[in-house]
Every structure is written in C-alpha cells, then in structure tokens.
Write a protein that binds this ligand. Structure first.
Ligand code: HEM
Length: 373
C-alpha cells in the first residue's frame, strides 16, 4: 500500500482510513529539562517522517552506519513497505504539571476525566505524559516504529505501558467495510467518517476559538482498555446479545430496520407496545440524540493479551476515540453507558488515557508540538 503522507494540517492516524494493526504506547518523561524534551520531539518528528514513508528511522539506517556504533535503526522493518504506517503523538494532562513551564498552556478540555461507576482502572496502564499511536497494516511495522521512538528517547522518556491491537473495530471511511469486535458485532457503523467534512469540523477538530490556540487543527484522544468477559458473553443467547446493542448481529441493522446504515428509529414499537430498541440499548444510550448531538470518531482495536491463568482469554477492546472536547463528548456518553448499559455485565474498563493531539506537522522545518513550545 502507498505511504500515508506525514505532513499536513492535521496529524495522520485520525481520519486516515483505520489500518488493521495497532501499537499504542504511553511514555513518562524522565528528563526535567524543557530543552531536552523539545530536542527529543524534533528527533522523533524526523524519525517519524522517515518511518511513515517506509524508510529507516535514522539517515544511516540499520546497516549503513559505522560498525563500531549501534545502528540508528533496529532493522526488523528492512525490506518491508510503509504498510500504511501512521504515527500520532499526544500530550497527557501530567505534561502540564509545571515541570516544563507549561501549566498555563493546559487546555480546559484536558482536565482529567471524572471517575465513572464500575471502572477498575490500573494506574500502571493508565495516563502517561506522552502517547504515540502507531497504526499500520503490518504489526511488525507498527512495533518497529514504537521501538525506535523508545530507543531514540532513551534517558529522556521511559515506556509507561504499551498495547498491541490486532483488528480494527471501526471504519473511519465510507470506503471501508465495517469490521467486527470480539463480541461478534459490526462496530463503527454510526461513526464519524473521513467524508463527513462538516461534522468533522464541528465534532472532531479543535478550532482557535476553543480556548487553547496552540491546539487549533488538533483533537483530543480518549483511550480505554475494556476487558471483555467473553466466556460469559458466549453463553448468552443471540436475542439477548442483539437486545443489548439494539442491532442485529448478522447485518448490523438497528432493530426495526432492514440494512446496516438505515438510521435507527427509536419511536418504533413492537407488537407488545415496547420500543424495538430499548431505552437502555447501547446504541440508544450512546446516540447523539441522547447527548445534545455529541459525536465521537471511534478508532479502536481488538486485543488478546494471552490468557489470565484462570482459563480465560485476556481479551477485549482497546477503545480509542477522537473528539473536539472530551468533556462534552466522551464524558456524557460514558456516564450514560456506565450507569445503564447492560453490556457492563460483560465488560470492565481497566485503563484510561486522555491526550491533547496537537495539529499536524507542516513540513520538514516543523516538529510535533511546536505550537505548544
Ligand atoms: C455503537 C460496541 C464501548 C460509544 C456501538 C455499536 C457496537 C458497539 C456494536 C453499534 C455499531 C456502531 O454504530 O458502531 C461496543 C463495545 C464496547 C463499546 C463492544 C465495549 C467493549 C463504547 C464506549 C463508548 C461507545 C466506551 C463511548 C463512551 C459508542 C457510540 C456508538 C456506539 C457513540 C454509536 C451510537 C450511534 O450513534 O448509533 N458500540 N461499544 N461505545 N458506541 Fe460502542
């Protein structure tokens, strides 16, 4: 596949048609020196510009440098194409805690998320000063990219946690078929998509008048690692599974509708006089009409991190959503879901991340986060 352009008004990896594989990493910044952090962002930017175009991370490459020194690329992507690699950087709330003189630059939209009922967050896989989302069609390419950024960052940042995802659970373009999550349902049907330019302007991209001018052209990312109790789910009847979402499992159509992309009609009633889509169905609780029009661009991935030693797969959804303001979009939707969604019997949120995604890198003279520093 052709390389995805690295430079642009917005970072790639948001409306880019979702690739098949994910390697997501959160870093803690260990240096206390602001100039060192800026140097690192510049080094990362040039490595990212190269790797996303299918080149080695450094200019000498895996085998072209002096043999007495460690190579400036680790080598495992030699001979592999760009594979649609995108690298998307984000800044967590903790980066603005005063260590780098950024406290007065913190956007209001980056205020920490509230606690949600039922969540069981593990701090060691939550948060982070920085994050990088690597998406590609080849897992080796995504892992290579994150590994080289971690290598370049040695002594300035340390990996807090990282997460592999193996199958996209959303389409972010109308050209893509809707994939399925590990519950077997089409996921991403009613998503914000690349083609919805007006809605992207209203619901995805930060505008200058939103408060923090350095974020104009950027977005906000919420990640939630959601463990699924899939063995329990697999013993649940098809009727119950479909009622929980309010859509059919085969076609993915909203109840009462024939086709996947038919708009749900929440007023439609069955012969028993009850709504065909229950008020507590996932698609009703999450629908924009329940939240003053709030929408998300979902871009999550399936994960299976082996098994848990108790005979269960350690599996679920690494939920990723981009939006213009998480406190008006993710938060109200997640509050409604956390309180009422029957799906909660089958899932648990175990990690959480919130990141400001700065605007795109314009050209080779620009770098990730320039507008912030
Ligand atoms: C819709 C699955 C968690 C927000 C859907 C749909 C499925 C689904 C199957 C219907 C198809 C579609 O339109 O994409 C899941 C699963 C989850 C999960 C399995 C957890 C493991 C979440 C969370 C949020 C969320 C945490 C946000 C807080 C939405 C939204 C829609 C949706 C906004 C579209 C609603 C509409 O406009 O019709 N989800 N979801 N979901 N979900 Fe989730």
């Amino acid at each position: 596949s052709d390389p995805v352009p690295f430079y642009g008004e917005h970072q790639a990896g948001i409306v880019t048609p979702a690739q098949d594989r994910l390697h997501f990493v959160a870093f803690d910044v260990t240096t206390k020196d602001r100039a060192e952090l800026v140097d690192l962002l510049q080094e990362w930017t040039s490595a990212a510009a190269r790797m996303t175009q299918g080149q080695d991370a450094g200019t000498f490459g895996a085998v072209g440098g002096v043999p007495e020194a460690p190579p400036d690329d680790t080598g495992e992507a030699l001979g592999l194409p760009a594979s649609g690699l995108t690298l998307t950087i984000g800044f967590g709330p903790s980066l603005f805690d005063g260590r780098f003189g950024l406290a007065d630059r913190k956007p209001a939209a980056l205020a920490e998320l509230p606690k949600f009922p039922g969540e069981a967050l593990l701090p060691e896989i939550s948060g982070g000063d920085l994050c990088v989302q690597a998406c590609a069609h080849d897992p080796q390419v995504a892992v290579h990219a994150i590994r080289n950024l971690a290598r370049i960052g040695f002594g300035k940042v340390s990996v807090r946690y990282s997460q592999l995802g193996f199958g996209r659970t959303s389409s972010t373009s109308r050209a893509q078929a809707t994939p399925r999550n590990l519950m077997g349902f089409k996921d991403g049907t009613a998503n914000l998509k690349l083609e919805d330019t007006d809605m992207l302007r209203d619901h995805l991209w930060v505008a200058e008048e939103d408060g923090a001018a350095w974020m104009a052209g950027g977005s906000y990312l919420v990640t939630r690692k959601i463990r699924m109790h899939i063995e329990t789910w697999d013993r649940t009847s098809l009727t119950e599974q479909e009622a929980i979402f309010g859509r059919t499992k085969g076609e993915g159509a909203a109840h009462g509708m024939a086709k996947e992309f038919d708009e749900p009609d929440f007023a439609k009633k069955g012969p028993d006089g009850q709504p065909l889509i229950a008020d507590i169905a996932h698609v009703k609780l999450a629908h924009p009409s329940s939240h003053g029009g709030a929408r998300l661009l979902r871009r999550g991935y399936n994960f299976v991190d082996g098994s848990d030693g108790l005979g269960r797969l350690d599996a679920g959804l690494f939920f990723i959503a981009y939006q213009r303001d998480p406190h008006r979009q993710f938060v109200p939707v997640q509050l409604a879901l956390a309180r009422q969604d029957v799906l909660n019997e089958y899932i648990k949120h175990v990690s959480s991340g919130l990141f400001a995604i700065p605007p795109g890198v314009r050209d080779a003279g620009d770098y990730w986060g320039r507008t912030l520093f």
